[in-house]
Write a protein that binds this ligand. Structure first.
Ligand code: GLV
Ligand code: MN
Ligand code: MN
Length: 407
């Protein structure tokens, strides 16, 4: 049923929207490249008679009806946006795998009791507009879509304006309300870590997702001449930023190497070699599987930064707060049965990356399927997954959807 070549060619066609050197992709959400990719998806969905619709968060929905018009759907999907220096598989694989499942079901004429829906969530990555997972958060009611209206991208474009432009470009699509109650959700994704490959396995049966908290720290000093201003008279925002990051490294020290702490974006003003900076800001991405650690260390961040900054003023703003989630046994078991039935070698494992699936957890039973990726590399143009392993993941996804859609 699953056509490995068709799926691979579709992934490679998607990768041309936003291709960057080294086989990478830079396809930020709500850009013309995102629109190009969506149009490709819509075209393929229409070839198999799937109904296409969009909601107020720009989430794109494909639907195949079931035999029971009142039954809640089995839902799958993922995201189509990438990191600025991203790869060809993170996110888009789960969308194309969902489409491949629909295509295979269509050609086989398999009757299923429930509808099967595929969703492409808006802005999972958070690379252009922070935080990520805006589409799934708005759909699940975790946040209202208006809460993100004034988030700006690095060029100062407001999220609300970018979303309005997207919705206008797709005004021909029928609208569906934000929020629904599926029977269950299962998302396919590359692992983005090294375990499956290292253990020679085909499928990861994902048990849950660790918690994440994002912060933006802004330090305000005073700009001055780099050649003439004595150090003692400076209020140097960059030096204060270095003190703050050093103090945070101490706070986040974890000899077990379970905790994840990243400063990934720094900006400095006036950003010139021979002026002392009057503004420095940086992002914090902090993750942990244990809720208590996530809360305690995350809550300590503001105080540690305040204490470390010596000369400037400082603000610490939390932009994302997602607790760890456990996936549902209904979906975990269905994925495991499907992997067994396909003869795939599999293991249970948690996810270190966040995914839209975690915002589906409060709404309906949810879970994920991981496939191996080379050396676990992701958020990097070198991200790679074998066509055969991607196809095996899609076979497991399809079987899981059949199971859920008849349940
Ligand atoms: C998702 O892209 C994440 O950062 O985990
Ligand atoms: Mn992803
Ligand atoms: Mn990602």
């Amino acid at each position: 049923m699953i056509d490995e070549q068709r799926q691979w060619h579709r992934l490679m066609a998607m990768a041309r929207s936003g291709a960057i050197p080294g086989d990478g992709v830079n396809r930020a959400c709500l850009t013309e490249l995102d629109r190009q990719a969506r149009r490709l998806l819509i075209g393929w969905a229409r070839e198999i008679g799937a109904a296409v619709s969009i909601d107020a968060a720009g989430n794109l929905w494909l639907r195949r009806d079931g035999t029971d018009p009142r039954a809640a759907p089995a839902l799958t999907g993922s995201h189509m946006d990438t990191q600025p220096n991203g790869g060809r598989f993170d996110g888009i694989y789960g969308v194309i795998a969902g489409l491949e499942a629909l295509t295979a079901l269509h050609h086989a004429g398999t009757p299923l009791r429930r509808p099967v829906e595929v969703v492409a969530w808006t802005n999972e990555e958070g690379g252009r507009f922070a935080p990520g997972c805006m589409g799934s958060m708005a759909w699940s009611g975790f946040k209202q879509i208006d809460a993100f209206a004034d988030v700006v991208d690095p060029d100062g474009v407001r999220f609300a304006d970018a979303l309005a432009a997207q919705l206008a470009a797709e005004a021909d699509l029928p609208h569906r309300p934000l929020g629904s109650r599926p029977h269950a959700y299962v998302e396919a994704h590359i692992e983005q870590g090294p375990r499956l490959e290292a253990e020679g396995l085909d499928i990861g049966v994902v048990t849950g997702i660790q918690g994440s908290r994002w912060f933006t720290v802004t330090i305000t000093g005073e700009t001055a001449h780099a050649g003439t201003t004595p150090l003692a008279l400076r209020r140097d925002a960059v030096q204060d930023m270095v003190r703050a990051i050093n103090a945070l490294n101490t706070l986040m020290h974890d000899p077990r190497d379970v905790l994840r702490f990243t400063v990934g974006r720094i900006s400095v003003e006036p950003n010139t070699s021979n002026s002392v900076a009057d503004k420095a800001s940086f992002t914090i991405d902090f993750r942990h599987p244990d809720k208590d650690v996530l809360l305690a260390r995350g809550d300590a961040i503001a105080g540690v930064v305040q204490a470390a900054v010596r000369d400037g003023g400082v603000t610490v703003r939390e932009t994302f707060h997602a607790l760890p989630v456990a996936f549902s046994p209904l979906v975990i078991d269905a994925v495991e049965r499907a992997a067994e039935a396909q003869g795939c070698r599999h293991m249970r494992l948690p996810s270190g990356a966040f995914h839209d699936a975690q915002f589906v957890v409060p709404v309906c039973p949810a879970g994920m399927i991981f496939v191996p990726c080379r050396k676990g590399i992701s958020h990097n143009p070198a991200e790679y997954a074998e066509p055969a392993q991607l196809a095996a993941g899609t076979r497991v996804l399809t079987r899981t959807l059949i199971d859920l859609a008849n349940g």
